[in-house]
Design a protein around this ligand. Structure first.
Ligand code: BES
Ligand code: MN
Ligand code: ZN
Length: 516
């Protein structure tokens, strides 16, 4: 802990409230206390492995359910059976996989999410499954299946309780999961289970930071979190630029936003060196607007509380850095977080102000609510010093992105088709969807300014694209892609909360880079 840290007191981000142990071996244990057997079944009702054994030991308990239509194994359907005759496990969870012929990775995801949800709602402390042996899905290997299952199980136990007086209690009693695998795949499955659970813990980190109240999760708080990651992981080091340092460097775009807040802005840099030889790193840049009032171009008050989530790009950078360090990945990754609060006050920037960015380009601020691009552009210029292999920024950048893609997919745009393609592929593999929008030069002229090199808004048409166009002016010297995560980083309504996206997308992208 950093002396005098904002984390000294109460709001230490939740680490592994529910530590879950995964065990992978060729045989499943036969007698365990307080266990749940988990069976994934197709709708044709053909039973294999444990399902077959359990069915015959229990006088056809599973088959009967198919006959009575109480369970037809529709995708994501679940049923819990208790105290079956001849079975040692206290309960058996049936999970539907739908039609065998059409099953794919997406279907498996649907099933693992449903399984995780039902499983943690039971009082079981141990889960046992032979699904990696008994379930075959085309184009899906057992390691990837296990990775998804582990990720969803850890994810399902997430609770946010940092602001509630009761000490955090796990919302599940599940602490151990036993999976069987073929001898030749035990090692790979074990590794992928680690990937899945580390990804989920990275998501928890991102969710915690997103969900924290904006009077707690300030730029200074985020800097403290970076210092904690530094202390916890040998290969990760942190440096934080304060406003005076940014001033002397010439980060006029960032400072134009932070000057309106009493909270000092921070440029947080985390450097993970997982490769001995100092090779070009992958640089991740996150928008860390800890609260976005809009500034002088103030937002309407409806739902403004949700602008505490305007730092979810940053939160994902923290989540990814943590997971990468935990997995000890042999990659070099730099995380840069532009942390700032966007407030209206006597010092705040006005519409019409012209400022000079770190790149030297002047910017006319026509709308102070387009603050994300202002803080990101200086971070993107700063990223040049790392001689990056590629730069990926993540930002809750535009409402227009939500209009375009809803709450399903992030938008991806960039100057390097390879990076964009690799992100699209990782999206397909991880289920953390993104979709590309065009970044044609035709859109650039919407940013013309009469008074500066560039304006900070491009009008209503194609708002997500013109925001990316703005960033592209600062990303000319390296391969770059931008993710607009405005629609996916949190959910509104009764279930309001951060989602931890796009941590899974980025982790998959990095896993794919391991074989480069
Ligand atoms: N953080 C917002 C974007 C946002 C709004 C994300 C709502 C998720 C939900 C961003 O800073 C912003 O205010 N963007 C403006 C840009 C406009 C002024 C060009 C927007 O989208 O309206
Ligand atoms: Mn804004
Ligand atoms: Zn914003």
């Amino acid at each position: 802990m950093v002396a005098g840290s904002t984390l000294d007191k109460t709001f230490k981000p939740n680490m592994a409230v529910n530590p879950m142990q995964f065990n992978v071996s060729t045989r499943l244990p036969t007698s365990l206390d307080n266990a749940c057997q988990v069976l994934f079944l197709f709708s044709d009702g053909k039973l294999k492995g444990s399902a077959r054994k359990i069915d015959s030991a229990s006088d056809g308990a599973i088959k009967k359910l198919f006959v009575s239509k109480d369970f037809s194994a529709k995708a994501g359907q679940t049923v819990v059976l208790h105290a079956l005759k001849g079975i040692t496990a206290e309960r058996v969870l049936l999970v539907g996989l739908g039609e065998r012929q059409t099953a794919d990775a997406q279907r498996w995801r649907e099933a693992t999410q449903a399984a995780a949800k039902s499983l943690i709602a039971t009082p079981a402390s141990t889960a046992i499954s032979d699904c990696l042996n008994a379930v075959t899905i085309e184009n899906l290997d057992s390691s990837t299946m296990a990775e998804q299952l582990a990720r969803d199980l850890v994810n399902a136990t997430y609770v946010f309780s940092l602001h509630q007086r009761m000490s955090p209690t796990p919302n599940a009693s599940l602490t151990a999961v036993f999976l069987s695998a073929e001898k030749k795949s035990v090692e790979a499955v074990t590794e992928y289970v680690h990937r899945g659970s580390a990804t989920a813990r990275g998501m928890s980190r991102a969710k915690d930071l997103g969900n924290l109240a904006p009077n707690v999760c300030t730029p200074t708080y985020l800097a403290d979190v970076a210092h904690i990651l530094h202390e916890e992981h040998d290969k990760l080091s942190t440096t934080v630029l304060d406003e005076a340092q940014m001033e002397s460097m010439g980060m006029g775009a960032f400072l134009a936003i932070s000057q309106g807040s009493h909270q000092p802005g921070k440029m947080i840099v985390m450097n993970y060196q997982g490769r001995k030889r100092a090779g070009s790193p992958i640089v991740l840049v996150g928008k860390g607007v800890t609260f976005d009032t809009g500034g002088i171009s103030i937002k309407s008050s409806d739902g403004m509380d949700e602008m505490k989530y305007d730092m979810c790009g940053a939160a994902s950078v923290f989540g990814v850095m943590q997971a990468v360090a935990e997995l000890n990945l042999p990659l070099n990754v730099v995380g840069i977080v532009a942390a700032v609060e966007n407030m209206p006050d006597g010092q705040a920037a006005r519409p019409g102000d012209v400022v000079t960015s770190l790149s030297g380009q002047t910017i006319e601020i026509l709308n102070t609510d387009a603050e994300g691009r202002m803080v990101l552009c200086d971070a993107l210029t700063y990223a040049e010093r790392f001689k990056p292999a590629t730069v990926i920024d993540m930002a809750t950048l535009t409402g227009a992105c939500i209009v375009a893609l809803g709450n399903v997919a992030s938008a991806v745009m960039g100057n390097d088709p390879t990076t964009v393609d690799e992100l699209l592929q990782a999206s397909e593999q991880s289920g953390d969807r993104c979709w590309s929008l065009p970044l044609w030069d035709d859109y650039q002229k919407q940013l013309d300014s009469n008074f500066a090199d560039i304006a900070n808004i491009g009008g209503r048409p194609a708002g997500a694209i013109t925001a990316a166009c703005f960033l592209s002016r600062f990303a000319k010297n390296y391969h770059w892609a931008h993710l607009d995560i405005a629609g996916v980083a949190w959910t509104s309504g009764k279930q309001k909360g951060a989602t931890g996206r796009p941590v899974p997308l980025l982790m998959q992208y990095l896993f794919n880079r391991l074989s480069h």
